[in-house]
Design a binder for this molecule. Structure first.
Ligand SMILES: [Ca+2]
Length: 368
């Protein structure tokens, strides 16, 4: 007698039969099919079917592990079937609908926000970054927000919803595209656009980032004007994968920033691994740095080590002139924060507060 429970016991003791593999990304199945070409794999109902013998299994799995990233392994669902005959339609169709409970809950609970994740409802806000060597705008960080009527959804709510629903990659890609188009339409050549990017969403940089670089080409943006801010590095368990992504970006001529250094998401060891062009020191360390001896010693050490490694430093979260003056004197190259300039749909430049401070700063420097 055959029933789904029988197949579960076959899964525990696979003595040969077929492997039915499913992955939302067709290219992953393509890679697998290439590895096991000699076993005559075939596709049925969206599954890759691989006939195997028990002696082959360890070799096959080792080959998969060698060629696929951790994320690709984790997201590929597999079913063992003992019957060499073609698998039944109903079984494979049911398997194709399988998803994790967490993902299902996320999709239902966050439905209103998920429906906003499109080019009409997502907007890029530009927050200025100032060059502390000349007092001019160096570039803008693109901050994504959801718009629906009067409703504004901040980036962290969008990200939480996308994470729960298993849609981080499409959100990240959409936000990147919107940011690049904003750069093309609103910023001049030489003004850099800083774009946040979550490496945990990337399987294979060659394939997952293809569309990003197509947009870059289509908008005729110089890669040198684009800086990708690597965020939430901690959530990438596979460090080598992170390095491969960074290397891919570098090959394409764009620059890399390590975001929120010392926030808990980003540790000093990533500097050695990613070799970023920029380090953004987290606002948690910068706020109140002018009044706090311990913060000052930590931040000075970071600026010093980045100087030795030719890494451009940026102070995040500047909210008053004392912290800004302190960061400028300490040797930071760039600064960002509400006091320097607020995010806006248009690139509105530096705040009157900053401009007044800079004029005074110049007068004092000339007198000295
Ligand atoms: Ca950022």
């Amino acid at each position: 007698m055959t029933c789904p429970n029988c197949q579960i016991s076959e899964f525990l003791l696979p003595n040969g039969g077929i492997l039915a593999l499913n992955n939302p990304h067709q290219y992953v199945l393509g890679k697998i099919a290439y590895i096991v070409e000699s076993l005559n794999p075939y596709y049925r109902y969206g599954f890759l079917i691989i006939p195997y013998h028990s002696d082959d299994l360890m070799t096959i799995l080792k080959d998969f592990r060698h060629i696929l990233s951790d994320a690709e392994m984790q997201d590929t669902q597999v079913l063992f079937l003992s019957d060499i005959e073609a698998p039944s339609t109903s079984l494979l169709q049911a398997f194709g609908r399988m998803t994790s409970l967490r993902r299902l809950w996320g999709k239902v609970y966050h439905q209103p926000i998920l429906q906003m994740m499109n080019v009409d409802n997502l907007r890029s806000y530009l927050q200025p970054i100032v060059n502390l060597h000349d007092g001019r705008v160096f570039g803008y960080e693109s901050l994504i927000r959801g718009h629906k009527g009067d409703l504004r959804i901040p980036a962290y709510d969008l990200i939480d919803a996308a994470r729960d629903a298993g849609s981080l990659f499409p959100l990240d890609r959409l936000a990147t595209e919107i940011a690049l188009r904003k750069k093309a339409d609103h910023l001049t050549d030489g003004e850099k656009i800083f774009v946040n990017f979550m490496p945990s969403t990337i399987y294979d940089p060659e394939i997952c980032l293809k569309q990003t670089f197509e947009v870059l080409d289509a908008c005729q943006i110089s890669p040198e004007d684009v800086v990708f801010e690597v965020v939430e590095t901690e959530s990438v368990a596979d460090r080598q994968h992170l390095v491969r992504i960074a290397d891919y970006y570098r090959q394409k001529g764009v620059q890399i920033a390590l975001d929120d250094l010392a926030s808990g998401y980003s540790s000093l060891s990533y500097i050695a691994e990613i070799k970023p062009d920029y380090v953004k020191v987290d606002q948690g360390l910068i706020r109140g740095v002018s009044l706090d001896r311990i913060r000052r010693i930590i931040v000075e050490a970071i600026v010093h080590l980045c100087g030795q490694l030719n890494i451009t430093t940026l102070a995040e979260g500047i909210e008053n002139d004392e912290d800004l003056a302190f960061c400028a004197d300490m040797g930071f190259d760039l600064a960002q924060g509400f006091w320097v300039g607020r995010p806006d749909e248009d690139p509105i430049g530096l705040s009157p507060d900053f401009q007044g401070w800079w004029a005074q700063h110049l007068r004092l420097a000339t007198r000295a």
